[in-house]
Design a protein around this ligand. Structure first.
Ligand code: SF4
Ligand code: SF4
Ligand code: SF4
Length: 670
């Protein structure tokens, strides 16, 4: 059956060999192959060895090798026999077509062909698991209904991030500690030490996405000799190692900015904050339209689908995320790049792939090639996912191989063998990087932090809108740990957390901030800390957050803009903020006043409107009780700029971001 994501070619064509650059070994091997083919009287199976850019159809590896069984030259003999014995016999059953491979037609080992199917099943399974975890990174109940039981997610939805060794390495370097959950990544490193970059070919959901799009959107130009050329190892593949070095050194200097390029973080961030809300937006409108159709059947299906999706895939109401357009645009850009270079992201940019590539050099499992047998048909190259030079005549690049095993299955000459403890004579194990460029990349990583920090004096000019989630560690520590994975933003049931842009400087891009106008921090919720894989947000309990037995966790403080507040400046009764304040006792209290107010109409002769009085409750904030959750800001009925708003000042995690410094000369308390 057809492999869903691989392309191999047949379509024999004869043609001039212009434009083909073959090395000597490959050329002599090709000559041998021609002799070989002549002996077997097989058609020339190699369209691209001609060097002509031509069509290489997206072939099924197995069925493409089916060629018609050679017609028997013995037909006249058979008819003679029929004349001699005119007995009527049952019509002969049509002989099953024999599968023939191109070239010598030596089939790959059954074990390897089976493993390729296992690999495909594994890719589908892990991608489905990743998506399931992402859908489950949400709380769809009500906190009031669960007042007596702590709200926890039943699944380790951050599991893929915990198993990510690049995240572990970066945060170990930046914090000099190992966050316990990240120890899972040791398992993945062990797997790499045995099987090479098997994660890339078999497990990585982002890699699978690229594999799928590479199959779905191949460029018309990316076929034949062009595709062969694209799949050769290129020097630009080194870029991912330079990025890796830069991010690890930036980690050493105290920034986890490398999370911007981590594939699992990208997948969670772009799918969780962009693709799923967009699907909800489009799907919700389509289903809403369907439920208006005057047909009970259609309405029923639309309503049930809507209910199912709201309970299992997205949220009960539309979520929006600040800055998502950029995140989605970048995702589309890297997916589109697969049109021109298969698995462009994996080959060129992925620092996790590079990290695994560094360790893959020690792998016990690997490729062994019998170069003399290679006929330069390039079937292995056309099918290669990693651009690791599987073809004969050149050294195999172990650090680039995704262990997809496509090359061995495609090879019709029995050149390639994957096995344990292979002969490594023809293998390059180390990343192919230039020392000076590597040093320059490391230098750029070292300079990143000072360069971004001199852009502002964050200690005294901290952006008031950088309100971090409850349980977040102090800002420097936060930036050392936060990998921008967006798990916290995805799980927040109130859509309160959003990716920052430059609010907290260059090093804070896409770290979480609370935008209360879109959503406030639910009083008894601690979910963001539960899913944070690096401890940037600590796993606090409800009691700690609410301040039962300990001081409550404050993320900021509310302030009133008296010029906009209805009871303060418009003499209009309003106590919405006080009603919604969730603390006990309430941090917002009201002062009852009888305030003068002008009549709305002027006197009969155009006099000034008469004065009267109105009873009002004017709100005040008690900063000692306010936790900065933003519920008041969210519900304030004054549009555009609300009359009450929160800022980060007074947050528990900071000793300096306070309204009045204690124990200083300012308040004479020392
Ligand atoms: S190179 Fe990166 S994105 Fe690609 S499969 Fe490997 S880890 Fe995943
Ligand atoms: S910001 Fe508040 S409401 Fe949102 S997940 Fe965190 S604790 Fe829960
Ligand atoms: S704070 Fe949020 S974005 Fe940062 S690492 Fe934790 S969960 Fe991911």
């Amino acid at each position: 059956m057809a492999g869903p994501m691989e392309h191999v070619g047949t379509a024999p064509k004869a043609g001039p060999r212009d434009g083909v650059s073959l090395d000597v070994a490959a050329a002599s091997a090709t000559k041998l192959a021609h002799v070989h083919h002549d002996m077997h009287d097989f058609p020339e199976p190699i369209p691209w060895k001609t060097g002509q850019a031509g069509t290489v159809a997206p072939l099924d590896r197995d069925t493409s090798w089916i060629v018609s069984a050679p017609k028997k030259a013995s037909a006249p003999v058979a008819s003679a026999a029929a004349v001699a014995t005119p007995t009527i016999t049952a019509p002969a059953k049509p002989k099953p077509k024999k599968k023939k491979l191109p070239g010598s037609g030596i089939p790959a080992r059954l074990s390897i062909r089976s493993l390729v199917w296992v690999r495909r099943a594994s890719q589908v399974f892990f991608f489905a698991l990743f998506m399931y975890f992402l859908f489950q990174t949400a709380f769809r109940g009500t906190f009031a209904a669960q007042a007596d039981t702590p709200v926890r997610l039943p699944l380790p939805v951050e599991g893929f991030l915990l198993a990510d060794p690049f995240v572990t390495a970066m945060t170990v370097l930046s914090t000099h500690t190992v966050y316990r959950g990240l120890l899972w990544s040791i398992g993945l490193l062990a797997l790499t030490l045995v099987f090479g970059r098997v994660f890339c070919g078999w497990i990585c959901p982002f890699g699978t996405l690229h594999h799928f799009f590479g199959w779905l959107l191949p460029s018309r130009r990316g076929r034949g000799a062009v595709r062969v050329e694209a799949n050769k190892t290129h020097t630009y593949q080194r870029a991912k190692y330079y990025l890796l070095y830069a991010f690890l050194v930036a980690g050493l200097f105290g920034s986890a900015i490398g999370g911007l390029f981590d594939p699992i973080c990208i997948a969670v961030r772009s799918i969780g904050l962009g693709v799923i809300p967009a699907a909800q937006y489009i799907g919700g409108r389509a289903l809403g339209g369907a439920s208006m159709v005057p047909s009970r059947g259609v309405q029923g299906v639309a309503d049930h689908t809507q209910d199912f999706l709201a309970s299992a895939v997205w949220q009960s109401h539309q979520f929006y995320f600040h800055q998502t357009w950029l995140i989605v645009f970048l995702l589309i850009a890297v997916l589109f790049a697969n049109r021109f270079i298969p698995r462009f992201w994996c080959r060129v940019l992925c620092p996790l792939g590079a990290f695994l590539g560094v360790f893959a050099r020690f792998a016990l499992f690997g490729m062994e090639k019998d170069h003399a047998k290679c006929t330069d048909c390039n079937l292995c190259l056309v099918n290669c996912q990693g651009a690791d030079s599987p073809q004969g005549g050149v050294k195999w690049r172990q650090d680039e191989c995704h262990m997809c095993l496509n090359c061995e299955t495609a090879c019709p000459e029995d050149v390639i063998k994957f096995r344990f403890l292979p002969n490594r004579k023809g293998t390059v194990t180390k990343p192919d990087t230039e020392r000076r460029t590597a040093l320059a990349a490391a230098g750029a990583g070292a300079l990143f932090l000072p360069a971004s920090r001199i852009a502002d004096a964050l200690d005294v000019n901290y952006h008031s809108k950088v309100i971090r989630p409850p349980g977040a560690v102090e800002e420097r520590g936060f930036l050392e740990r936060c990998i921008r994975c967006a798990e916290c933003m995805k799980v927040c049931p109130n859509n309160a957390l959003h990716p920052a842009f430059l609010e907290s400087g260059l090093e804070g891009v896409w770290t979480p901030i609370l935008i209360a106008r879109i959503g406030y921090c639910e009083h008894s919720c601690v979910l963001c800390g539960q899913v944070c894989p690096t401890g940037a947000i600590q796993k606090i309990t409800e009691k700690e957050k609410l301040g039962i037995g300990v001081p409550p966790v404050k993320i900021g403080t509310a302030f009133y803009d008296h010029g906009r507040c209805l009871p303060w400046s418009m003499q209009t009764p309003c106590i919405v903020c006080e009603e919604f304040c969730p603390t006990s006792p309430k941090a917002i209290w009201v002062e009852e006043v009888e305030a003068p107010v002008r009549d709305s109409k002027p006197g009969p002769n155009g006099e000034q409107p008469a004065m009267k009085t109105v009873k009002l409750q004017r709100p005040h904030v008690d900063p000692a009780l306010c936790i900065g959750c933003g519920a008041c800001e969210k519900v304030c009925p004054v549009q555009d700029q609300p009359a009450v708003y929160i800022t980060s000042v007074g947050e528990s995690r900071s000793k300096t971001n306070v309204i009045l410094l204690e124990n200083t000369n300012y308040n004479q308390k020392s």
